[in-house]
Design a binder for this molecule. Structure first.
Ligand code: NAD
Length: 488
């Protein structure tokens, strides 16, 4: 049956359930827009709770049937085969993601490569993750087993579909779970293809099921389904709250990867030549639609003006255009996202926040595309909404600080705590700042470390809880059983 209903480039994408491409039971669809020109280029299934139910039942069958017979080393081989298959199809996947999300070619290809790497990393982890023995009273042997949760639900956002699929599904499978995935309605074509590729390399039916549709319909149905044993959610704090509430009703464990308002803290002794391109990339990558975007730059007072001038000069050279033009930035995901970003800019302007510089939308970018020039704002009051809320667009808020204490105060003065960058040559200060900044990751004299598949990732405060990526993710994707044997 595998592949019988594949619908590549036919203008209609299907769900992938039990290794079959299926239309949703209700027979409705959602149009997909190309952010570069705003035109409809494909359709996905507008699934309902009935499709989620079918997917969960299929995954349960798989978990208790064929998947239970596959040992850890074999799981690793399957994941490695999938990694190789994705590498063979990297160009195809890159193009799907590019059209869906409006990503410049280099970014879309980096995402395809990250997916390869996630599967490769977790392939190697499968048979190296295990429990322990615990010294206890005489006459006892006590051991712990790391057991998979079972059928795991994965709700994925539109900004990095392939990367986020790789980290949550890769980790969940490596730990012995099976997965029901609900990608975002704005961008999911690459993931439909990856689910098909997984079937081709031998994942049993139900190991990876994928159901598309609106969040408030199928996402909600997935979060509330009694057959889901663990939920991994990546998305906005607002929806994260709904997911946690749904999970709380039935005491289902949840990992929440939410947003951020991450600071880049630049001290006067920093290597500014090294910092400037990284600070800029951290806010313009994926047109600022990155949870870990460095959206606030905190600059030590003594270098505030000269550094702002240099950042401004670099900003004014940034170019925005259609995804395929492969410029510094592509379009935003949809018209409402552009309106949202412009709303923040209008609010900033209304209180007199000045613009240092902005980039340029190229003249041949279609008017119907969702383009937004990157903007550098100065002297942003720390409590203004542009410095507090996630803009999710290419807007960088600059402010100055005087000394370490004030830097820490400003860095921690939002409800988020995902990532922070600290730029200084002072070794003692590097450690002090890393300890005092409240966030899930701190990068010293770099930012993001090139994606870091191996590096545990997640937030504190409104940025969420639980960790994905790296070996650490395997703890979250398993539960611990303690076995005490009295043998005398
Ligand atoms: P979103 O919360 O609107 O949607 C995320 C996913 O949740 C989508 O698949 C959506 O369909 C689904 N969803 C929406 N409403 C739902 C509901 N009521 N019940 C269940 N599911 C529902 O977020 P978005 O706009 O797609 O993505 C942007 C957000 O994601 C930003 O806040 C960003 O910071 C965050 N994000 C976080 C990380 C991270 O790892 N921390 C990574 C990427 C994006």
């Amino acid at each position: 049956m595998i592949g019988l209903f594949y619908a590549q480039n036919t203008g209609m994408q299907l769900n992938f359930i039990h290794n079959q491409s299926l239309a949703s039971q209700a027979g409705q669809t959602i149009p997909m827009l190309d952010p570069s020109d705003g035109q409809v280029f494909d359709h996905i299934q507008r699934s309902t709770a009935a499709d989620i139910d079918q997917a969960v039942q299929s995954s349960r069958q798989c978990f208790e049937g064929p998947w239970a017979k596959i040992n850890a080393a074999e799981r690793g081989r399957l994941l490695m085969a999938l990694s190789r298959k994705v590498a063979e199809h990297a160009d195809e996947l890159m193009q799907l993601e590019q059209r869906d999300c409006g990503k410049p070619t280099q970014q879309a290809m980096a995402d395809a490569r990250a997916l390869v790497r996630y599967f490769e990393y977790y392939a190697g982890a499968c048979d190296k993750f295990h429990g322990e023995t615990i010294p206890y009273q005489n006459g006892y042997s006590v051991l712990t087993w790391r057991e998979p949760h079972g059928v795991t639900g994965h709700i994925v956002p539109w900004n990095y579909p392939m990367q986020i699929f790789g980290r949550c599904v890769g980790g969940a499978l490596a730990a012995g779970n099976v997965c029901v995935v609900k990608p975002a309605e704005d961008a999911c074509l690459s993931l439909i293809r990856v689910a098909q590729l997984a079937a081709e390399v031998g994942f049993p039916a139900g190991a990876i099921n994928l159901v598309t549709g609106y969040g408030h319909e199928v996402g909600d149905a997935l979060a509330k389904h009694p057959g889901i044993d663990h939920i991994s959610f990546t998305g906005s704090p607002t929806v994260g709250t709904l997911i946690q509430q749904a999970a709380a009703e039935r005491h289902c464990p949840v990992t929440l990867e939410l947003g951020g308002k991450s600071p880049q803290i630049i001290f006067a002794d920093a290597d500014l030549d090294a910092a400037i391109p990284v600070v800029i990339n951290a806010i313009v990558q994926n047109a600022g639609q990155t949870c870990s975007a460095g959206s606030r730059v905190l600059i030590e007072k003594i270098i505030y003006e000269p550094l702002l001038a240099r950042l401004g000069e670099a900003f004014s050279k940034l170019r925005v255009g259609p995804a395929k033009a492969d410029l510094n930035l592509g379009p935003l995901i949809r018209a409402s996202q552009k309106q949202r970003v412009q709303g923040f800019l209008a609010d900033a302007q209304a209180v007199g926040i000045a613009t240092v510089a902005q980039g340029v939308v190229v003249s041949d970018a279609p008017e119907s595309g969702f383009y937004q020039a990157p903007v550098l704002l100065r002297d942003v009051p720390f409590n203004h909404r542009v410095a507090q809320e996630e803009v999710f667009g290419p807007v960088l808020s600059a402010m100055s600080f005087d000394g370490e204490d004030q830097a820490v105060q400003l860095a921690n003065a939002t409800s988020f705590g995902l990532v922070a960058g600290v730029w200084t040559r002072d070794g003692g200060r590097q450690f002090r700042m890393a300890k005092r900044v409240r966030s899930g990751q701190v990068f010293i004299n770099n930012y993001g470390a090139g994606g870091g598949v191996e590096l545990p990732f997640g937030g504190v405060k409104s940025s969420g809880h639980g960790r994905e990526k790296g070996f650490e993710a395997l703890y979250g994707f398993t539960t611990l059983k303690t076995v005490a044997i009295h043998h005398g």
